[in-house]
Design a protein around this ligand. Structure first.
Ligand SMILES: [Zn+2]
Length: 415
């Protein structure tokens, strides 16, 4: 090893590595054992070599002249991973929010020109460059929240041309972005009003006309579908997902948001994750818990819509792998504050810090099929965030009102 290119970050009052925590199921409160007076040793590629006691790292490596990045004594933990967002969008849906809070129904809102279709209109009217700009702004906001990896979905284009425009915008944003962006094709968000044919015909059109372009231009290797009464049935969804899987796409599903059905499809096809799950019952929880599909709670959608939360406690107790993501989108989850949402979910669902941080870090990485992020562990990317507190429990306790003072991606300072 070339010691000259190593950097020690620290000392920190506490480092929360999330090492040795289980991939699935409930986690005991005591499972988090902070390393006190900690340091992180990082190599020239931005990988963690070791996270341990700072003075030991200095004693072992300083003689070989590593660089030292001095830190104000604070708490460090892995960067958050937001595994479910729709942050490539244009326009506002404040009108929907106000109508919903005035007691108007989903159908009333749709009839007045609101709902997903209004975001589709905004995105179709925006240029690719405008979408890149909006997305960059939102990514900047995410980084300031300690998020160092973000999934971004298409799904407001809903035609071959417009979905390609969205995915190209996401790819372009990635080119100048200091953190990892994971693009997902959500052309199966809804059958657009202007498509002349059935749901099944729309999905066939996507498979035949859009997915080959996405592969050819290397725009995404993941597809998502909204399985719900108002969107696609479980049967339509299963058929679509199997075809996409045959083409080599990884699968994630918007499942059980208002009615159960999607989670079974997700598990049946071996999807990476089933997201939402607010309407999952005992059977769905068991099916998810005995699978390798990550169950993703989206508390931002519950808060945006005034609906119940995903049964996160039950999912964990049954043995599921629970991730927590923001679902940030202009309609149902406009807040876009992941830590606030996760803290609130924790109070309603009784989740301890070990369970919440696992759901925001390595369990979310699993939902994105990423193996080297989400822990401060040897070989993992040195993605971490630093809070100006002396005890890690302060972070959730403040329910998102404090932000990290420093954020690093592969050892490089972003905030
Ligand atoms: Zn969503």
């Amino acid at each position: 090893m070339n010691y000259k290119n190593l950097t020690i970050y620290g000392p920190f009052v506490q480092a929360i590595t999330l090492e040795d925590l289980p991939d699935k199921g409930a986690i005991a409160m005591e499972a988090i054992v902070p390393i006190k007076n900690a340091g992180i040793l990082v190599d020239e590629k931005g990988k963690v070599v070791e996270c341990g006691i700072y003075s030991h790292l200095v004693d072992s490596y300083y003689a070989s002249a590593p660089k030292i990045k001095s830190m104000h004594p604070q708490v460090v933990l892995p960067g958050f991973i937001d595994s479910h967002t729709h942050i490539c969008f244009a326009g506002s849906r404040a009108n929907d929010f106000e109508m919903r809070n005035s007691g108007k129904s989903y159908l009333d809102i749709a009839a007045s020109g609101g709902g997903i279709w209004s975001s589709v209109q905004h995105v179709r009217n925006a240029t690719e460059e405008q979408l890149v700009q909006n997305l960059n702004e939102n990514i900047k906001n995410c980084i300031s929240q300690g998020i160092t990896c973000i999934e971004v979905k298409s799904g407001y284009g809903l035609s071959v041309v417009e979905e390609v425009k969205m995915l190209r915008a996401i790819k372009k944003a990635q080119e100048n972005c200091p953190i990892k962006i994971v693009p997902t094709c959500l052309a199966a968000h809804l059958k657009p009003k202007d498509f002349d044919g059935s749901n099944a015909e729309y999905l066939t059109y996507i498979v035949n006309e859009l997915l080959p372009i996405i592969k050819e231009e290397n725009l995404s290797d993941r597809i998502d579908i909204f399985i719900e009464k108002s969107a696609f049935s479980p049967e339509e969804g299963l058929n679509y997902v199997l075809q996409a899987k045959n083409l080599g796409f990884k699968i994630t599903v918007h499942a059980d948001q208002f009615t159960p059905g999607g989670s079974r499809v997700a598990v049946e096809v071996g999807a990476l994750s089933a997201d939402h799950l607010e309407a999952s019952g005992e059977e769905e929880i068991q099916v998810l818990a005995t699978s390798e599909t990550v169950a993703t709670a989206l508390p931002g959608a519950s808060l945006g819509l005034g609906e119940s939360f995903t049964p996160a406690r039950k999912l964990l107790d049954a043995g599921a792998c629970l991730a927590i993501a923001s679902d940030w989108n202009p309609g149902s989850a406009p807040m876009g504050q992941l830590l606030t949402q996760a803290s609130i979910l924790a109070t309603y669902e009784k989740l301890n810090a070990a369970e919440v941080f696992s759901g925001l870090c390595f369990r979310a990485a699993k939902a994105l099929d990423i193996k080297n992020k989400g822990k401060l562990s040897a070989g993992f990317d040195a993605d971490f965030q630093v809070y100006d507190v002396e005890d890690y429990r302060e972070i959730l306790y403040h329910q998102g009102s404090i932000r990290p003072t420093q954020v690093y991606s592969k050892g490089i300072s972003l905030v």
